[in-house]
Design a binder for this molecule. Structure first.
Ligand code: GDP
Ligand code: MG
Length: 170
């Protein structure tokens, strides 16, 4: 069985739920408090995809420092990225294009998966499926709406990126 290891980055504005999505995926838990991320935290998770064993090295970056040089050094060597917005805050959607552009300037052609996170807050939702679909088309990415809190689509998001990475190996 082929064994592959890939670095992936979580990108998105402050408090969109990057750290929560990683925790849900890696540890299967959600905590309703702000998990302050300083610099970058790296988690490791193994998954099996199409008879390959894929180890994801998941780089969770602190948000808010959109376009500086430090971030570029985090991006180096990454094979793909998960772009996260918070469906209750419209401005977090617009930021994704900047992250995507920056990331692909370091890693051209790297696959993206977009997540509209916090769908459990249905009454406060400000970003529609149509808007997610439209930005995903622009960035040639897949997209999902989901929730780190309920776990909706979290596994699917990481699996979809994993499948693209295994595909890239072929
Ligand atoms: P980060 O800055 O992008 O890493 O964001 P965090 O993962 O630290 O989450 C920011 C805040 O949003 C925290 O208070 C989380 O508990 C909350 N949060 C994250 N994901 C969800 C979600 O899916 N639903 C809800 N209701 N809250 C969430
Ligand atoms: Mg964080």
């Amino acid at each position: 069985m082929a064994s592959i290891q890939k670095k992936v980055c979580l990108l998105g504005d402050f408090a969109v739920g990057k750290t929560s999505l990683v925790r849900r995926f890696v540890e299967g838990i959600f905590e309703d408090k702000y998990l302050s991320t300083i610099g970058a935290k790296i988690d490791r998770k193994e998954m099996s995809i199409h008879h390959a064993s894929l180890t994801l090295l998941i780089w969770d970056l602190a948000g808010g420092e959109k376009f500086n040089r430090v971030v570029h050094s985090y991006y180096r060597g990454a094979a793909g990225a998960i772009l996260v917005c918070d469906v209750t805050r419209l401005e977090t959607l617009g930021s994704l294009e900047h992250y995507a552009h920056d990331f692909r300037s370091v890693n051209p052609g790297a696959p993206f998966v977009i997540v509209g996170n916090k769908t459990d807050l249905a009454d406060e939702r400000r970003i529609s499926d149509t808007e997610l679909d439209s930005i995903a088309a622009k960035l040639s990415a897949s997209w999902f709406a989901g929730s780190a809190k309920t776990g909706e689509n979290v596994e699917t998001v990481f699996r979809t990126l994993g499948e693209s990475l295994v595909e890239c190996e072929k």
